[in-house]
Ligand binder design. Sequence first.
Ligand SMILES: Nc1ncnc2c1ncn2[C@@H]1O[C@H](COP(=O)(O)OP(=O)(O)OP(=O)(O)O)[C@@H](O)[C@H]1O
Length: 651
Amino acid sequence: MVLRRNEHDGSALRASPEVVLSNSAAVDLVNLGGSWRRCQERYRFDRGGKPYVTALSAREIGEQREPFNGNLVTIQNELEFVHSTLQAASFCASFSDMAGIILHYQADKSADPYLEIERPGAIWAEGVAGTNGVGTCVVERRPTMVIGRDHFFREYASLSCIAAPVLSAETEMIGVLNVTTANPDVTTETFSLVANIAIRTAERLSNQLFLDRFRQNTILKIGNGDRTILLALDGDQRIVGANRGARDCFGWRGDARPERDLWSIFERDKGVIDGFASADHLKGLRRLDNHLTCDATILHRERKAPGHPAAKPPSPLPKPEKRLSVARPRAEALTIEKCLGPDPKMQAQARLLRRVAGSSLPILLLGETGVGKDTLAKVLHSQGERRDKPFVAFNCAAVPESLIDSELFGYGVGAFTGAKREGNIGRLQQADGGTLFLDEIGDMPLSLQTRLLRVLESGEISPLGSAKLEHINVDVIAATNNDVGKAVAEGRFRQDLYYRLAGVVVELQPLRERPDLVDIAHALLASEADAPPARLGDDAMAALVRHPWPGNVRELKFVLRRARHVCENGVITAQDLFLPSKLPPVSPTRTTDGAPDLDLSLQDAECKVIVKTLAVFGGDVNKAAQALNMSRATLYRKIRLHKLGSQKVIN
Ligand SMILES: Nc1ncnc2c1ncn2[C@@H]1O[C@H](COP(=O)(O)OP(=O)(O)OP(=O)(O)O)[C@@H](O)[C@H]1O
């Protein structure tokens, strides 16, 4: 992809207006001159003045998000994906609507606090915030890069961002995917790469929205990556939807509804028609206009509503041939037991959680980032007695300190300047009768810890500026990946609040220690209904076991997601995972004089890898040795060395 950039004001990229990323399609970035003119002439902004910073309340954000509620998971998945890819360069990622309002956001807690101004509810419309990625992209409807002083207001000169349009299934622009950093050390090269990733992610999100919209139809996919062509077909093989890639390719840009027969574009060849009915991969589709041939994949087939007459069979009738497709295993619902894994210690914890379910005992979930604390909290709610009541999550780290009070406890009529006239219902009241999930509780400021404790102890709440006491009845689940014990010892976390929250404490295992790592991978592959089916090859399973997974299940999810799209014939190999080949870094054990004992640590790591690999291959030494890249004899020697005789071994 080639990015052509029209500079406006002295930014880091001025010296290189054309940033070559690869030799494929060219993307014209917005010329910011037009936006600057609008700022001066239409909005009459003063560069050195203060932008009118404003943000929506939680309820308003909820209302603004409504049109996208059906696509929430898709949007969040893409944001998580782009954020996890770019977080090393301190980028946050957001999705905004066409009013320039940020609706969803992904950022690292440790990211620059300045990025807080990018959180949900923030309004980045160009007429409010001047030239900026989101607002200018909304006006120009093209990818927009705004670096440092390219922002109209000097106030935003420390921010750099790239925004790209997100399209509906009908290829109307419906929002903006934006990535922003306040890191001054990001180089031109990194920026070029980030721009590429952001633009591709916006295209993939648009494609995913297309798949969401046409999930009942047959989907024909041609090509890969950002130029993917997607066609949605009805049972008569009429095209009922086409993504931007398809419209560009076939020259239908102006057609609101590109309805036409598939066979008015491709040659109606018997082999292809037979293949269409019986296989998931079509070879040699020939275009009628230019006679070029291509291969295609059928992502899924039309689903008929009950009572709907069956689709007309394609002619000639399909033969009952053996399907070439990769079988898609059924995704099973998560349970408390599955969330915790089969390790006997964890199963004991699962039994404990089942026993206390419905007892209103507070639960504290601990564990590294991405291990599934949030997921377990939702499962606990959905399997408890309050499942028909609200589950309300509140992330203590994602809300600025100044807003936690009003967001969590709400406020009464006219509580403070700028408050909404009718007041605001806090999360605690929203959760009344149900479950309140306090995520990242370790990040709650001390002053608010006192208030929270009082509310939890008394069951009464008096919203800011209101004299009225309200009774609330909530089950509380809290979670953190911080060391709360240490925070208590250092006086950063109130001990009495810790005891109030820690009725039952469960620590989730890091993924690298879970014996069911490969089962989780299989389950994740089965869970994305609209993605192409894929299964793990033996070498991929071994590679999964060897990797240390610092981002835990979240990282695994994205690695598999990428692999599913790059693999050939639906079989994921170790190469498709793009994992580093080194052995996992291990936390060294200590010798008696306190120095790290690297030898022991490595042995420990080796032992764990062997145990897991044998488990993955059901104890088959041949396969395990192959996967570990060692001879059978060496593996036997190591099994003896590590005293793994009790492991299931098939000779
Ligand atoms: N047992 C599981 N099976 C399948 N997917 C899971 C499982 N546990 C977690 N996930 C997925 O992994 C991702 C991260 O999970 P989750 O958000 O629950 O982790 P977390 O511990 O709360 O992370 P953080 O501390 O960063 O908030 C989510 O996309 C979730 O759907």
